[in-house]
Ligand binder design. Sequence first.
Ligand SMILES: [Mn+2]
Length: 433
Amino acid sequence: MSFRLTDALIAEANAPSAEALADDYDHLGNQLARRGADIEALTRHAMAFRVAVPSWGFTTGGTRFARYPGPGEPRNVYEKIEDCETVNRLVRVTPGVSLHIPWDTPDRPAELRASAESRGLFFDSTNSNTFQDQPGQRLSYKFGSLSHTDPAVRRQAIDHNVECIALGRQLGAKAHTVWIGDGSNFPGQSHLRGALDRYIASLRDVCAALPADWRLFIEHKLYEPAFYSTVIGDWGTSYHCARELGPQAFALVDLGHHAPTVNIEQIVARLIQFGKLGGFHFNDSKYGDDDLDAGSINPFQLFLVFNELVDAQLEGVRAFAPAYMLDQSHNVTDPIESIATSAGELVRAYLQALLVDREALHAYQERNDALMALLTLKQAFTTDVSPILATARARSGGAIDPVATFRLSEYRAKKVQERPAENQSTAGMIGIV
Ligand SMILES: [Mn+2]
């Protein structure tokens, strides 16, 4: 019998800080009431927030130089589901799981689905992989996949995506995300327009396999592994493809997949305006596609992204139902602690965005009062909503302090016993897209 984080253990960990939290919550409630904000409404929003966790994020990631696996890490997708449950029990906003195919392909899909559902989890999306060759694969993706010059390679990549969708149907998922590493490393290597034409033609075949109630997410990325040109390198290309492919296709924004200094919140606003924002891979970055924890480097940017999302939500913009997913690589932290913390940082940014006085902001914008417009945003951003986060978690049965509760439970030490290390490779790998 594997160890599970019980409600009793969480309640025991919460007890010593419950009174102090109630004081802090009341104090913040009074402050917010003076600003016309209802703390109970905000708490309900925090409890209703949802973000999916990535199956590939529960083991230590790595770079192309090395991977340093931690003790007690899950050894297969069934054990990853145990860890997904643990995160959700701590924070209560992460019941959805995004599944990577083939890294986390279950050999017994019905059993995996039943296991997930018995733990209060579900599968929200599948993610294909045509950016590396798998053992026994007939044709290589060295020079591309969905945009390859050879129709046989393109067919193999299309078939893989169609198989992902078929597996996702068995698991109850409703979306499929496609990221390709296709591109070129030398000027002249690839016919730039031809490569995009081939990509769109391939994705038409993938879209034809989508059930009517599914969405297809197109994930762009500026560079890497291609270092001269990337076929789906920016949001404009992604948007064009989504338009070409019809009403089930959308652009997905991974926060790490842009050039430094690019205005990501404006990209989000554009995709909302054009009805093609499919969702997010949340993470943070300093230099490039670093896959650092959401909110760890630039929390103001995360707030500004949520500011656009809340603004659209309140306006009732058409076709607006973005999927929220985490996509991070944990190299120096316990993945459970990072994912639980990142989920909290997203709720924090969401609550801060809900606190923006939109009527005042709009008036300052109309009067071109730039300074007061900024201060209106800053008032919301600098509000410490931590007591709402903790209260929302506790009311949902989760932990007031997720990391402290996780450590108190000695979950990882117990998993070290339950999951003796197999012959794990420490070779470098880039396990995250
Ligand atoms: Mn991603």
